[in-house]
Structure formats: C-alpha cells, structure tokens
Write a protein that binds this ligand. Structure first.
Ligand code: SF4
Length: 330
C-alpha cells in the first residue's frame, strides 16, 4: 500500500508503516508511482474550464496515469480527470459542487514520522558517501524543488551548488538563482559553449530520440567545470534524482560511478522520496522555493520535449510571451 487516507487527519498518508494507519483506508484508485500537489494556476484553469465541480481552499493532489495519457485530481476520492487533446482540455468529473482540499498542516502532521525516517535515511547515505569517497563535493542544483531539499539536507556540510544555465530556463528560475545568491548562497553558474539556437540549427529540435540538449548543454559544461576545479581528484556529485520520476529511474542505486567521467561519483540521497514528500519537507521547513511552482509543476528548460504537450497548454496561461517570442503557435 503506497498511499492511504487517514480519517484522523483527514489527509493523505504516504508509504507503508508510517504509524498512522489507525482509522485509514488505502487509496486503491491511485494508478501511478508519483503524486504531487496541483499548482494554484492549474487549480484556476480547472475551475475555469468546467462548472460541475469547484476546487476550493486547500491542497488538491494529482497523479498522471502510467501511460501519461490523463491526469487525475483527487483528495480522499477521485474528483476529476482530464487530458489535453488537440481541441483543448477534455474533463470527466466524478463529484459535484464545491470541494475542500486537504489542509496543509494536517498533511504535514499525518506524514511527520515518514519524513523523519526519510530524512534520517537520506543523511545516512550522505555520511556513507563521504566516508567512502572523501570530502570533495558539489551539489547539482537546478533551481527546482528537489535540489532545494537536497541542498537544505546538506546544509551543515557547506558544499557549493552548481547550476547549469542551458539558456532556456524559465524567467522565474533566473530570478530565483539571483535571489539565492543575494541571500548568501554559494552557487557556481556554468554555461554551455554553444547556445541552444546554434545547436538547434545543427541538430534540429531535441526529442526523445534526439537528445543532444543534455549532452551539449549540461553534461559537457559540467564535465569541464569538474575538470578545471578538481582535476583528477574524486568528486562526489550530489544529485536530487528521485526514482518515482520515471520508469528509467526506478532501479537507480543511491551511489554510482558516473559512466563518462572517471572521477565523478554520483550520490542520490533523496531517491526514495515521492514528489509529495519533497513538498511536505519544503512546507515543514518553510523553505524559499522557486516561485515558478505557483504556475508550472516542473522546473528545467521550458521547451523540454519531455512533458511538452501539457507544459505548452499551461504556458498559454502562464508565459504566453515565451511562446510568442519563439514563434510557437499556442
Ligand atoms: S531539461 Fe529537457 S530540454 Fe533541457 S537539457 Fe534536459 S532533456 Fe534537454
């Protein structure tokens, strides 16, 4: 049982054996491995495009079905599901009237014990990595919520963050990085040798099968950074990957040797966290999170081919200027 509903807290509880299963029942309709809160923008759009159900105060949760064909909004029960078609958004509602979301404080209380255990385990991975591979380390920091949590977990080690600017990040992310720097965060900003535009002219639009973007915009400049800062010394690169993000990540190890960079040891302390765990940590610790998440659920290149169809739909509401400047028809 991955997710259940607690009658005591009137909230969702994550995972097994977290001590809150008295008066609870499994949420068997969740047909996905990861769940997340709906962004305020998504809530507004859903309230605007249909009138049967009104998503009220509080937190609403969302999962994408395994084939990523439709998204389901829920709390204790399924509320509605929707998919993006060429004619717009197609919605099926399961409830009627105004529905209350989950109270954030209750969500935190119901999952407190789980978060404590997760944190403890993540920190044990960090400790282990230092013990085995030495003290040279950086945090791969994307400006997103996962790397924010990772950076916070590692705060006592005073490790520098490395942010790779692909040139196609959201404006909110650029501002956020500047804000963090003003707040005293140690962030190295590195840039690729060639711009997105130049590379696109040469290789075409990136796609699932033509993924030059990761190679030239991220991997190459990062490799160069490690080489000029650490030479041949072993370096721990802390990464905020989570196994529930995609099928390809599901069997990842916590610590691994980077395939192409001999002296890079990748450490993934929050591999077992669900997206909702990340949010509960952020809310519990009251962390300053990238304001992008008010609108778009995913940080990274705004043109990324992964999840493009849905992001393009949201961009029409959140960042129409990006679509216009880049001549992308809505
Ligand atoms: S976020 Fe997407 S577009 Fe950007 S480098 Fe990664 S795969 Fe490519």
């Amino acid at each position: 049982m991955m997710f259940a509903w607690s009658e005591r807290y009137h909230s969702l509880i994550i995972g097994e054996n977290n001590g809150n299963f008295i008066k609870s029942h499994p949420l068997t309709f969740i047909n996905s491995t990861d769940i997340r809160p709906l962004t305020p923008l998504e809530k507004n759009i859903l309230n605007k495009v249909q009138k049967s159900v009104e998503l009220g105060e509080g937190i609403f949760l969302l999962f994408s079905d395994r084939m990523f064909r439709k998204k389901v909004v829920f709390t204790k029960d399924k509320i509605l599901e929707f998919k993006i078609t060429k004619d717009g958004v197609k919605i099926t509602t399961f409830l009627k009237g105004r529905i209350q979301g989950v109270d954030k404080k209750n969500l935190i209380k119901a999952n407190r014990k789980r978060l404590k255990n997760l944190t403890k385990f993540s920190l044990s991975i960090v400790k282990n990595a230092f013990k085995k591979f030495g003290k040279e380390a950086v945090i791969s920091f994307s400006g997103g919520k996962d790397s924010l949590v990772l950076s916070h977990l590692l705060r006592k080690y005073n490790i520098p963050n490395v942010y790779i600017d692909t040139g196609m990040e959201f404006p909110e992310t650029y501002n956020y990085i500047q804000e963090l720097k003003k707040m005293g965060w140690k962030i190295f900003v590195i840039k690729p040798k060639f711009s997105w535009k130049t590379l696109e002219k040469k290789f075409g639009k990136p796609s699932y099968s033509n993924r030059w973007c990761s190679k030239f915009l991220k991997f190459e400049p990062f490799k160069k950074f490690l080489l000029s800062n650490f030479g041949k010394k072993s370096v721990l690169v802390f990464s905020a990957e989570r196994r529930w993000e995609s099928i390809s990540r599901i069997n990842q190890p916590y610590i691994k040797q980077q395939k192409h960079i001999e002296n890079e040891i990748v450490v993934q302390p929050i591999l077992d966290w669900f997206e909702l765990d990340v949010w509960i940590y952020i809310w519990t610790k009251k962390l300053y999170v990238n304001p992008l998440y008010e609108k778009i659920p995913r940080n990274g290149c705004w043109v990324c081919p992964f999840g493009w169809k849905y992001r393009k739909f949201l961009l029409k509401y959140s960042h129409p200027e990006l679509l216009t400047t880049h001549h992308i028809s809505p």
